[in-house]
Design a protein around this ligand. Structure first.
Ligand code: HEC
Ligand code: HEC
Ligand code: HEC
Length: 337
């Protein structure tokens, strides 16, 4: 037990070191607005860095905040800091008992935490679209929320396999205006110019797990305290491969798929193991499933179930099945007549 705790602490410390990745590990933050906030009374009193990385240090529960002023305006920040639950029900971010002065000071600090964007320079380069997209991905700091390879946070879907599950066309729709596709989404609108949207979509579409290897271990370490059973590994597989982006967090479903029969929502998977044996489940994941359209004269539903089988190994499929099984209603042993 003690051994486990000591190891866990070690894992946490090494996490702090990893925390810098994607948050600007190559940058010198001395004298920046980021450091000003880091050393302020607010952070000292309210321990924002237990969850957030600022500069190159801090926790991994929430988004990296170094570029928060680049993607959020003051009005949004004020709403968020005043009452996070109001903006995103269920969030782990607490509501703090700020005085009005502290609230305004925090909003000012955050709005100043920007980095210079290089959109025009990047778009002017004569390089393939996907390469341009990668540069934009880094410049906008998408890993502040998204997991990608061994970088980033778990606040948003893991993008390591995004090219397997979403079409390039949908990516463009999403990146142009996330809130138009999904009102109330936590993903900010970056107001990316059309060519940038195209480049980012081209980059994302090439992401089919080639950045996967090293990160896998990292993920297991972050989950040290959760243990390492097949069910728990299965939860990571569910996240990493992005099942949750269509089948919902914890497999509860309710995610919209426009024009999909019968009710435009994708199924939850909490009862899937009652419906499919492990073998049937693996077979199903080995082929693409296109949903039936509600109205044939309308555009096809944008989302389909990808053929993950060729990307997953047997143990991952087994872990995934064990994870879903943990939700399935137990078949009753008792028969009532
Ligand atoms: C217990 C963990 C926790 C603490 C402590 C915390 N936050 Fe957060 N914060 C989060 C999480 C998690 C999110 C992302 C929302 C979500 O996914 O639920 C977030 C989101 C944010 C965002 C929006 C970031 C973005 O990229 O849009 C800001 C700004 C923010 N927090 C500021 C603060 C400040 C300032 C403090 C300290 C006064 C603080 N947070 C303390 C967990 C925390
Ligand atoms: C402040 C956090 C945050 C930042 C920064 C952010 N996103 Fe997101 N993103 C989200 C959230 C949250 C979702 C899930 C949307 C939902 O379900 O509401 C999402 C969804 C996505 C999706 C769809 C994922 C899937 O599995 O279908 C893509 C693609 C995406 N974001 C790309 C990007 C790109 C590219 C950037 C940088 C330009 C970026 N995001 C920056 C929070 C963020
Ligand atoms: C891009 C969206 C998307 C992603 C990502 C996705 N699915 Fe699906 N999935 C669907 C859709 C849409 C359906 C319904 C298809 C149909 O009508 O048969 C479905 C159906 C299923 C079903 C059958 C459900 C039932 O009740 O019969 C299973 C099982 C399933 N998916 C497993 C998975 C797993 C496991 C993952 C992750 C490895 C995953 N899916 C990722 C879109 C997705």
């Amino acid at each position: 037990m003690i051994g486990k705790i000591v190891l866990g602490l070690l894992a946490l410390f090494s996490l702090q070191a990893v925390a810098a990745t994607g948050g600007g590990q190559d940058e010198d933050w001395t004298g920046t607005p980021q450091m000003e906030f880091m050393n302020s009374e607010i952070v000292t009193l309210y321990q924002c860095t237990s969850c957030h990385t600022i500069g190159e240090r801090g926790g991994t529960v929430g988004p990296i905040l170094n570029q928060v002023g680049t993607r959020r305006d003051k009005e949004w920040l004020r709403r968020w800091i005043s009452d996070p639950q109001e903006v995103k029900p269920g969030t782990k971010m607490p509501k703090f008992d700020f005085t009005p002065e502290q609230l305004e000071a925090t909003v000012d600090y955050l709005a100043n935490m920007k980095t210079e964007l290089h959109t025009d320079q990047i778009l002017a380069k004569k390089v393939p679209m996907a390469e341009m997209g990668q540069a934009l991905f880094e410049d906008y700091g998408c890993v502040a929320c998204h997991r990608f390879g061994s970088e980033g946070r778990f606040v948003a879907p893991d993008l390591t396999w995004i090219g397997v599950r979403k079409t390039e066309d949908w990516e463009k729709t999403w990146l142009s205006a996330p809130e138009a596709f999904k009102p109330g989404t936590f993903m900010p609108n970056f107001h990316i110019p059309a060519k940038g949207v195209e480049a980012l979509a081209a980059f994302l579409h090439t992401q089919k797990g080639q950045h996967n290897d090293a990160s896998q271990q990292w993920e297991f370490r972050t989950n040290f305290f959760l243990g390492n059973t097949d069910k728990e590994r299965g939860e990571l597989v569910f996240r990493r491969f992005g099942c949750w982006s269509c089948h919902g967090e914890s497999a509860v479903g309710k995610i919209r798929n426009p024009n999909m029969a019968p009710d435009e929502t994708m199924p939850g998977l909490r009862k899937a193991t009652n419906k499919y044996t492990q073998e049937q489940f693996s077979e199903r994941l080995n082929q693409v499933f296109y949903p039936t359209a509600l109205d044939e004269s309308m555009p096809k539903p944008p989302f389909y179930c990808p053929d993950y089988g060729k990307y997953m190994d047997k143990s991952e499929l087994g872990d995934l099945y064990a994870y879903l099984k943990s939700f399935a209603p137990k078949k009753s042993k008792w028969k009532f007549k």
